[in-house]
Design a protein around this ligand. Structure first.
Ligand code: F6R
Length: 585
């Protein structure tokens, strides 16, 4: 999940790398470092967020036109300066950054220690620097040594390495994202497109098990397994702009991205679902696999498919390998990043068992987009805040469009055109939510409830709140309260009821009354008088078709979580222990 960048060209590498690292800091932010190669290798690194490290270290002192950088999300070893990347070999001439987990690290480290290598960190990454040193002794062509070392590694990785006195940067990837940016007289490596968007919009997406080397004006691709050089691929031009990855006057990316939904909901409705419809038509059974917020989008897709008379389920990516598989299943994999390891493993498992896979992702060139048989892009633009907001509503728009087109309900797809205007009405009441958030910020436990299509929305509301405020939040199907959770209710505990008017409203009102009888304090997000009448705190929602309510009702919950996090002094863009795109299992 770490952020990686590499630069080679005419400019000062440390400046480009520092700016690029700031743009991928959402991938990991417990430490950061930069190495440049001039007449020697020079490294600066420390624990902490980049803004704090910059107060202690002056990266501009690193002179040179080629370099690599890293922001860390710790897997092996605690967060400290020694464990921060880049890492070097015994000679200090080879330097390396890494994202992923080296599974055979302990054996390789033992072997290298026996050969006399001295380690100065607890990381699996440092082992790779020593392995490169060892391989280089056998074959002085560094690309060959690099390929030989990478070949010995089991696990997931994207590596970017340099060697002193060498005019190239080397990289390889397996199960972790890595792109090569192709500029004019300059070249880049990055774990994510936004890292280098201000410099180039042309990318070569490294494939699974592929290695590459770049000079300022050229690149070469290799197959790690056989070591053969491959044919060059034409770079893909992406239409994201650098502005899309900026805060543009907002205090945080999260609030910017919440507000963008008034346009992203409309944009995503333009997604071409044709290939997906073609594929799903053939399916006897449709299994959606996804994780986290994308899983909640998947739960709603499952319901939409069932309402359209299709046999369907939705499984967490990490649970799919337990053999839940039917013949003639089409797997729909939903992932904002397209790089989530648990989801990709489910995709690979499904393919090995002969199932076709439809990918739904936001990232052009992502692993999911390349491994799926067909792919639909949700078109939400770069999502920088670690927590998902606009990507969730865009996923829903695309999944609804897909399910409704499959069910030949064109009129309903047409009605979705009203949704962005309704989202705008909700967003215009941001201040009202902020005031409610101030009232709720002193509470410690939260229960989100909803029925039917509102249950996944309650799950998402609770997830958003716990992710960025670190407060305890649970979601329940409202009817389940009486089967256990009611015992948790105490005076004043907030119950957040997601309650669009629909056939279940009378039952939900009864559930609310059950909570009130235990002195819980109900906050209703609703357009129903019957519900609002029962609530102590309320947010009155505009009218929306019950079936589309999830796309709109999640917005006040995103705003609530955001404002509470800000009130509590937490950074909503970089929640502790989390990272965007979870590339480890
Ligand atoms: C929640 C969140 C995560 C992701 C999950 C899957 O705010 O961001 O729960 O939804 O890690 O990520 P993708 O969609 O990239 O596969």
């Amino acid at each position: 999940m770490c952020g990686i960048t590499g630069y080679i060209g005419p400019k000062k590498a440390s400046e480009i790398i520092l700016a690029s690292l700031k743009r991928v800091e959402y991938r990991g932010y417990d430490s950061a470092g930069i190495a440049v190669s001039n007449s020697k290798i020079e490294i600066m690194k420390d624990a902490g967020k980049i803004a704090d490290i910059e107060k202690k270290l002056d990266f501009s002192k690193l002179e040179g036109n080629m370099g690599i950088g890293h922001t860390r999300w710790a897997t092996h070893g605690t967060v400290n300066t020694q464990n921060a990347h880049p890492h070097t070999d015994c000679t200090g001439k080879i330097v390396l950054v890494h994202n992923g987990i080296i599974e055979n690290f302990a054996e390789l480290k033992e072997e290298l220690e026996e050969k006399g290598h001295k380690f100065s960190s607890e990381t699996d990454t440092e082992m790779m620097a020593h392995l490169l040193e060892e391989e280089e002794r056998k074959q002085p062509d560094f690309m060959r040594a690099f390929l030989a070392a990478v070949k010995r590694v089991e696990g997931s990785y994207s590596f970017v390495a340099m060697r002193q006195g060498d005019g190239r940067i080397y990289a390889a990837r397996k199960s972790c994202p890595l792109v090569m940016g192709v500029g004019k007289g300059e070249m880049f490596f990055a774990s994510d497109i936004p890292a280098v968007l201000p410099y180039t919009r042309d990318f070569v997406f490294l494939e699974e098990g592929e290695a590459a080397s770049i000079s300022a004006s050229d690149y070469a691709l290799y197959e790690v397994k056989g070591g053969k050089e491959k044919e060059k691929r034409k770079p893909t031009h992406v239409d994201w702009t650098p502005q899309m990855a900026q805060k543009e006057g907002h205090a945080h990316f999260m609030i910017k991205e919440i507000f963008e939904q008034q346009s992203t909901i409309r944009q995503s409705l333009a997604a071409d679902v044709g290939e997906g419809v073609k594929l799903l038509k053939k399916a006897k059974f449709i299994t959606t696999v996804a994780c986290g917020t994308s899983y909640y989008a998947g739960l709603l897709f499952k319901e939409m498919l069932r309402q359209a008379g299709r046999r369907s389920d939705c499984v967490l990516g990490s649970e799919y390998l337990s053999g839940i598989y039917e013949r003639d299943t089409i797997v729909v994999a939903v992932s904002q990043s397209g790089e989530t390891a648990d989801t990709l493993n489910a995709v690979r498992y499904a393919k090995e068992h002969g199932a076709s896979v439809l990918g739904i992702t936001n990232v052009v060139g992502s692993s999911l987009s390349r491994e799926a048989d067909a792919c639909i892009y949700i078109g939400a633009g770069p999502e920088i805040a670690v927590v998902a907001t606009k990507s969730f509503t865009s996923q829903l728009v695309v999944l609804y469009k897909l399910a409704l087109t499959l069910a030949k309900k064109k009129d309903m797809v047409e009605r979705m055109k009203d949704l962005s205007a309704i989202a705008e009405i909700v967003l215009s009441k941001n201040e009202e939510i902020r005031a409610l958030a101030e009232k709720l910020a002193a509470k410690k436990d939260f229960f989100f409830i909803g029925r039917g299509l509102s249950f996944p929305v309650a799950l998402e509301g609770a997830l958003k709140l716990k992710e960025i405020t670190y407060l305890h939040a649970e979601a329940y199907a409202a009817g389940e309260l009486k089967h256990g959770p009611l015992s948790l209710l105490e005076s004043g505990i907030p119950i957040i009821a997601i309650a669009p008017s629909d056939a279940s409203t009378p039952k939900l009102v009864s559930n609310i009354k059950e909570c009130k009888a235990r002195n819980a304090s109900v906050f209703a997000v609703s357009d129903s008088d019957a519900v609002l009448r029962e609530a102590e705190l309320k947010f009155v929602m505009p009218q929306v078709d019950a079936v589309f309510a999830p796309i709109i009702y999640v917005i006040p919950l995103q705003l609530l979580a955001y404002h509470m996090a800000v009130k509590l002094g937490k950074d909503p863009d970089k929640p502790r222990n989390l990272a965007k795109s979870v590339t480890v299992e």
